[in-house]
Design a protein around this ligand. Structure first.
Ligand code: NAD
Length: 315
């Protein structure tokens, strides 16, 4: 049995991770600052469900060293899964401080705390955004990642470098996971699949950038959770892995799938390519398969159906 501390536990991935860890009988405790980047009611709903299954989610910020130390000591934490971060690409143009505060200062704060708890294994969320302007596909963890297209990607790249430096000096075992466009029930309202679904149902316009000439390696939440839990079990040195679906899908095809499942046509508004975006994401998952036994199983049709089922029941 492991004692796992999950930061960002009221978030989309954190919520699912806590539930799954608890199901296999790990001790789980969460932390989240419940910021208002998107609908706080959804974060509270996730928290309530976690509380009902016996998981505490403490309202606090990762920049609070004393709280982090207290949680670690009182609960004899053996593993930390660090998911708390400012996510999203567009928000960074007007709110750069949010990214610096949570993703850089907050991340270093956590690493500093870990200096006193060097046996704890750290699993942290990185992102496909670190691949930025790379055009060699699929993206491999051994590819260079020094050309992010936005501040969010830059902070995630910084996390990987900062983590390595602390691992190198203090020998803290760590795994960084580069998640690729994660979707599913209880998902994030700021993400395109959520907005498309909502607007198609409500017969509102959806905005499509670059004539839809974009593709994303959409990865279903249950597959992401399996990969993340495997990282919890296997962390021993320092590794970076891709957790993607290895099957990118074109944006217009993706919208057609949602339309088909909803039995409704989208009202499409075409807009120019947005600054900061990436044209394509595509994960090479060879090393994740070998090391983590990672094997994504959910195809986009089934995954979107599960999301839409949840969405229509909830809203
Ligand atoms: N969802 C995706 O497609 C995706 C893709 C790549 C990487 N990631 C990364 O995975 C992690 C989880 O993403 P998610 O989709 O669940 O996002 P999310 O926004 O739903 O969850 C993050 C949670 O962290 C909390 N948080 C933010 N700053 C905090 C702080 N300073 N202190 C305490 N809590 C704080 C937020 O309130 C939120 O509940 C993030 O690090 C994100 O960058 C997600």
């Amino acid at each position: 049995m492991k004692n796992v501390f999950v930061t960002g536990a009221a978030g989309f991935i954190g919520f699912h991770l806590c539930k799954h860890l608890k199901k296999r009988d790990d001790f789980v405790i969460g932390l989240d600052n419940f910021n208002s980047y998107y609908d706080v009611n959804l974060k509270n709903l996730r928290k309530k469900i976690l509380n009902d299954s016996g998981i505490e989610v403490i309202k606090a910020d990762i920049n609070d060293k004393e709280i982090l130390k207290k949680i670690i000591k009182e609960n004899k934490i053996t593993h930390i899964v660090h998911l708390a971060a400012q996510a999203g690409v567009r928000f960074c143009f007007d709110n750069p401080e949010a990214y610096v505060n949570s993703n850089i200062v907050g991340f270093v704060n956590l690493l500093e705390v870990l200096k006193d708890f060097k046996d704890i294994k750290l699993i942290f969320a990185s992102s496909s955004s670190v691949y930025g302007l790379n055009d060699k596909i699929p993206f491999s963890p051994t590819d260079k990642t020094d050309r992010p297209t936005n501040l969010y990607g830059a902070t995630k790249k910084a996390n990987e470098s900062l983590a390595f430096a602390y691992h190198h000096i203090y020998k803290i075992p760590m795994i960084g996971l580069r998640y690729f466009t994660v979707y599913g029930p209880f998902g994030r309202p700021d993400m395109a699949y959520f907005k498309f679904t909502k607007n198609i149902i409500e017969e509102k316009k959806i905005e499509i950038y670059n004539q839809g000439e974009m593709e994303r390696d959409f990865t279903y939440i249950d597959d992401i959770i399996e990969g993340t839990i495997s990282a919890v079990d296997k962390a021993k040195s320092f590794e970076i892995f891709n957790l993607g679906n290895n099957t990118p899908i074109n944006l217009l095809d993706f919208i057609s799938i949602i339309e088909k499942k909803l039995g409704k046509k989208a009202i499409k508004i075409f807009k120019p390519f947005q600054k900061g975006e990436m044209l394509s994401t595509f994960a090479d998952i060879k090393t994740s398969k070998e090391f983590l036994n990672y094997n994504p199983k959910t195809n986009i049709e089934d995954g979107i159906e599960k999301f839409i089922d949840w969405y229509t029941k909830t809203y």
